[in-house]
Design a binder for this molecule. Structure first.
Ligand SMILES: *Cc1c(COP(=O)(O)O)cnc(C)c1O
Length: 397
């Protein structure tokens, strides 16, 4: 936008929101939108969730920041709770997804270094991946459009086609440290790795002494109907990056690791100023209170089914607009026949917010707290948007 003081890095929609409640957001001119984007899977519990508001405001009156020079009780508590609910034994808190991925990569490299293999620094990733926008994470993501113009690609990242496990096996060499993937690719267009592939990757890592890193920045924190997406497969990683939903909208993220994988991360080796500050930890603990409550995740899975069935019916009705519905839980992708940007714009005209992704997909990522009524309202709007783009006007009316 010319005339703005801001870097021109975002193609923003001409909308400014003033407040939100649950799955609804209201613009500064009073228009209400149904939010099926949730800040790109960040607002896991919707907008202005009373429990999160209470946790943040209570902490805000006590202490905001102390630095990691001191104990942070909220970190200990959230760390223990994440450990109790996952494969992990150790947690390191960061501020963003990319920073968590950087921490995961550093943890893997340092592990090999301390175990006498400084030459092992290579990380194998998959086409379509998105791991963030720092210099190392654009190298890990391997997408030319994000690498271009930023100097030499950071060394130590090699990529294979999506879900090509044979190619991974061929690429493993004496310099390989880790294999990294999103169990369900987000930006890449909501593409899930089959359980069988995850099992083979685990076997390859065990056979070659590599670390398996899962990027659950987008697919984690209840998004797929389990606390973490890897639970569907039964395959556990050695290291995992978590972000987006974990703060419910407050910027925070974490690296989770097994005792062994984290063993080389000793005092002074890594750090962050803001990571794990008391405000973030208060909100993170409050998010977990809700997610871990009895029956919450089962209800996410039930609502996800409702939404997927509704979307499948719309896809059947407008095959000239929608090619397929895919994804897991409340991380759903509408693979479009029309341009996904145009379909996303049509959704917005029907006052529904969604998020475009790669592979001509539009992502639907509503808050996990969405009501059945809001799902039905959303489906009505999605149907109307599809109808507006369909040439089958008879069917659409
Ligand atoms: C969003 C995302 C990231 C990067 O997170 P930031 O907080 O934007 O740095 C990394 N990996 C995945 C899978 C993501 O969806």
């Amino acid at each position: 936008m010319s005339g703005s003081a801001l870097f021109d890095t975002y193609a923003r929609a001409p909308l400014a929101f003033e407040r939100g409640e649950g799955c609804w957001m209201t613009t500064d001119s009073g228009e209400r939108y149904l939010d099926f984007g949730a800040g790109i899977a960040v607002n896991a519990l919707g907008h202005a969730h009373p429990h999160l508001v209470a946790a943040l405001t209570e902490q805000a009156g006590k202490l905001w920041h102390v630095s990691n020079l001191y104990e942070v009780p909220g970190q200990r508590r959230l760390g223990e709770r994440l450990v109790a609910s996952t494969f992990a034994d150790r947690v390191f808190f960061t501020n963003s997804g990319a920073e968590a991925i950087e921490g995961a990569i550093k943890t893997a490299r340092r592990y090999h270094f301390v175990n006498g293999h400084p030459e092992r620094f290579g990380v194998i990733t998959f086409e379509g991946a998105f791991h963030g926008r720092t210099l190392a994470t654009i190298a890990a993501g391997g997408q030319q459009k994000y690498l271009e113009g930023f100097g030499p690609k950071a060394a130590g990242f090699d990529q294979v086609p999506f879900d090509d496990i044979d190619a991974v096996e061929k690429l493993i060499g004496p310099e390989t440290a880790a294999i990294m993937l999103e169990p369900v690719q987000g930006e890449g267009g909501i593409r899930a790795f089959p359980t069988q592939s995850l099992k083979r990757l685990r076997e390859l890592c065990d056979k070659h002494g590599l670390l398996l890193i899962f990027d659950e920045v987008q697919c984690g924190v209840g998004r797929t109907g389990k606390l973490f997406a890897y639970e569907w497969s039964g395959v556990t990683p050695d290291i995992m990056a978590v972000a987006k939903g974990i703060g419910g909208g407050f910027p925070m993220a974490a690296v989770l690791a097994t005792e062994e994988a984290a063993s080389a991360m000793t005092p002074g080796v890594h750090g962050t100023t803001f990571g794990g500050n008391p405000l973030a930890m208060a909100v993170g603990n409050a998010v977990l209170d809700v997610l871990l409550a009895d029956g919450f995740l089962d209800d996410v899975a039930r609502k996800a089914l409702l939404m997927k069935q509704g979307l499948a019916a719309i896809a059947d009705e407008f095959p000239d607009v929608i090619q397929e519905i895919r994804g897991a839980g409340l991380m759903l992708g509408v693979k479009c026949k029309v341009s996904n940007a145009a379909f996303n714009a049509a959704l917005r005209e029907h006052k529904l917010l969604a998020v475009p992704a790669g592979d001509n997909v539009v992502r639907l990522l509503p808050a996990l707290t969405i009501t059945d009524a809001d799902i039905r309202e959303g489906l009505d709007r999605i149907r109307a948007a599809a109808a507006s783009m369909s040439t089958q006007h008879a069917a659409a009316s």
